[in-house]
Design a binder for this molecule. Structure first.
Ligand SMILES: *Cc1c(COP(=O)(O)O)cnc(C)c1O
Length: 391
């Protein structure tokens, strides 16, 4: 047989990691790496964080799973904390980003249908977006490379240019239920939407009676220096999907919505077998314990302020390798002039893990707990790797 037992859906780097500690990862054969990918923005507190390890161990010895046939104390605790620290009034728990996005899109349809407007089901999304890999979410993202071979596309998504308010307004019809955006496009290449765009979308949603939905699967949980990226603007969405950093490495997602949306979701309207199980809630509540400590988010902003000028300088020093740096907080994109795959491979040669993105970008998504010394080490590697790459 020539097919690998693990289905070949990824172009994997030939590294097998055995353990991690803080911002470091180690292979079985003794190589060590500074982790500026954090499992694609998932390991928000790095690896083997003592508080997370203790919380998960303690829960593992008590109860893993009960189903949602019963109350789950960890869900009640986490939901109350998410509600207390966001625009949301109510939270649904699931297992991944795609599921969280599917959930909020389902809720947007039901919100309008509960008001007798069955024709309002279409959702405006941005081009170059990424909302996950389910059938509906590849249609929401609308990217040819994700849709290829999976036709017919799921109906109900209309695509407009990211950042373009005029195009968004022109796409609104009597069938439009919601507008969905990532505050900063992640897989698309770390492209931040500006504050005027956010405000404009909010005003437009209000004017036409649409729900404004943010995909904060990547931007959320402190990644940009605020708990959620929408907090940098003075507007709030009606619904939001969160996942990645939420469990610090344990698979968990959440739909955060206002009361107006949540009240159409009666018993039986949506569900998940695993969603919000005690093990996942122990992990996510432990992440919350740390992220909500008074000094934590200020540390993220402080370390980002330390990193950005150094990174900007190293990018300017290698104009044949890098074009520019963009992003917010610790969600950073290096747009490259040489193929980003070569840059990522050279970073690995020098001991730094990063993540690719569209638009020939390399993503730097370090754990939020990184230190100044680790930033210095990463900048040194980026400098040396770039010098070795210069044509
Ligand atoms: C990663 C990501 C998703 C999909 O999350 P999965 O957990 O892989 O399903 C959705 N939206 C955004 C913005 C993401 O970055």
């Amino acid at each position: 047989m020539s097919i690998s037992a693990v289905m070949p859906t990824y172009a994997r780097t030939d590294l097998v990691f055995e353990r991690g500690q803080g911002a470091m990862m180690y292979t079985a054969d003794g190589r060590s790496f500074l982790d500026f990918g954090a499992g694609v923005a998932v390991n928000a507190l790095g690896h083997a964080h003592p508080h997370l390890v203790a919380a998960l161990k303690a829960q593992a010895e008590k109860l893993w799973h009960t189903s949602n046939l019963y109350r789950v104390a960890g869900q009640e605790k986490l939901a109350e904390r998410l509600v207390a620290n966001s625009f949301a009034d109510s939270v649904f728990f699931c297992n991944s980003g795609a599921e969280a996005m599917e959930g909020v899109v389902k809720m947007a349809r039901r919100y309008h249908q509960a008001q007798g407007e069955a024709n309002k089901y279409r959702v405006i999304t941005a081009r170059n977006a990424f909302h996950g890999r389910t059938l509906a979410m590849i249609s929401a993202g609308g990217q040819e490379k994700h849709l290829d071979g999976f036709a017919p596309n799921v109906d109900g998504f209309d695509h407009v240019a990211f950042g373009n308010l005029n195009e968004t307004r022109a796409a609104i019809t009597p069938q439009t239920a919601a507008v969905v955006v990532e505050p900063i496009q992640g897989e698309g290449g770390i492209l931040p939407g500006d504050l005027e765009y956010m405000k404009g979308l909010r005003a437009m949603a209000d004017e036409f009676g649409l729900l404004l939905i943010f995909d904060e699967v990547q931007t959320g949980m402190g990644r940009t220096g605020k708990l959620f990226a929408y907090e940098w603007s003075d507007i709030t969405p009606d619904a939001m999907a969160v996942a990645k950093g939420l469990g610090g490495g344990f698979p968990v997602g959440a739909c955060l919505v206002t009361e107006a949306v949540a009240k159409v979701m009666k018993p039986g309207t949506h569900g998940s077998t695993f969603g919000g199980n005690p093990l996942a809630m122990a992990a996510a509540n432990a992440v919350m314990d740390v992220v909500l400590e008074p000094g934590f988010l200020p540390h993220v902003r402080m370390i980002a302020d330390y990193l950005w000028p150094k990174l900007t300088a190293v990018v300017a020093k290698h104009p044949k390798v890098f074009e520019l740096v963009r992003g917010k907080g610790l969600m950073i994109g290096l747009k490259c002039k040489v193929p980003n795959t070569e840059v990522i491979a050279r970073f690995i040669d020098h001991g730094l893990l990063t993540v690719g993105a569209a638009d020939n970008t390399v993503r730097l998504l370090p754990p939020l707990i990184i230190t100044e010394a680790e930033v210095d080490a990463a900048i040194g590697i980026i400098d040396r790797a770039a010098a070795s790459l210069a044509p």
